[in-house]
Design a protein around this ligand. Structure first.
Ligand SMILES: [Zn+2]
Length: 215
């Protein structure tokens, strides 16, 4: 079996996916990432996010690496470990403990274990949008109650932790602080259904719609 590309998720996200309560994910667009459509190296109709690699003298090396591709499975990882879930009891798997044993004894019969499954998703559609453009339906597809809850979560992942990791004297602190202020303002606008104005933290994000891999 060829090794699958990986996609990392938090434990909460992986649990929602395993329970079929989440079928979209959004990731910040990084520098040098772009969407390939109807051009090399993807097939017509296929979509893939490519990462441009540094220029190299070696012509055998590709200039781009494919990160995600529609129809091509991705292995979900939590803390760099594959995420396992039990297909029988749909065990929530509180700390990804199934990754250690690979079996679940949910039947109550200690001799009758269920083989846990690796969580693998298949991208169906990939697109680019602005973070604040997510619709209420999009937030629900992400596994959240609404757009506000989704944004709070994103800020937790990308904004708040950064500030906590930096000291005031560190390079990047000022910028991180700026982003925090601008993301708070954005959240307020969304909460009160105000118009989104320039200057708010509103980065580009990749959206991925996916399904669970049926093995
Ligand atoms: Zn089970």
């Amino acid at each position: 079996m060829t090794e699958l590309n990986k996609i990392s998720m938090t434990l909460e996200q992986a649990q929602l996916v395993a329970k079929n309560l989440k079928d979209e994910t959004r990731r910040l667009v990084k520098e040098d990432e772009f969407l390939a459509m109807d051009t090399w190296p993807v097939e017509k109709g296929e979509q893939a996010v490519l990462i441009a690699l540094p220029d190299t003298e070696d012509v055998s090396k590709p200039l781009h690496e494919i990160k995600w591709r529609t129809g091509v499975p991705l292995q979900v990882e939590v803390d760099k470990q594959p995420f396992y879930y039990c297909p029988k009891c749909n065990q929530i798997n509180p700390s990804n403990t199934l990754a250690l044993t690979n079996i679940c004894c949910c039947t109550g019969d200690r001799t009758n274990y269920t083989q846990a499954k690796q969580l693998i998703i298949v991208p169906l559609k990939i697109w680019k949008e602005k973070l604040l453009d997510i619709t209420e339906a999009g937030a629900i597809a992400e596994g959240f109650e609404n757009k506000v809850e989704f944004l709070k979560y994103i800020y937790g992942c990308y904004v708040n932790y950064k500030i906590h990791e930096l000291k005031e004297s560190d390079e990047g602190y000022k910028e991180a602080e700026q982003i925090r202020v601008q993301s708070r303002k954005a959240l307020k606008k969304i909460m009160f259904h105000d118009e989104i104005v320039d200057g708010l933290w509103n980065p580009g994000v990749w959206g991925i719609k996916f399904k669970l891999e049926e093995l």
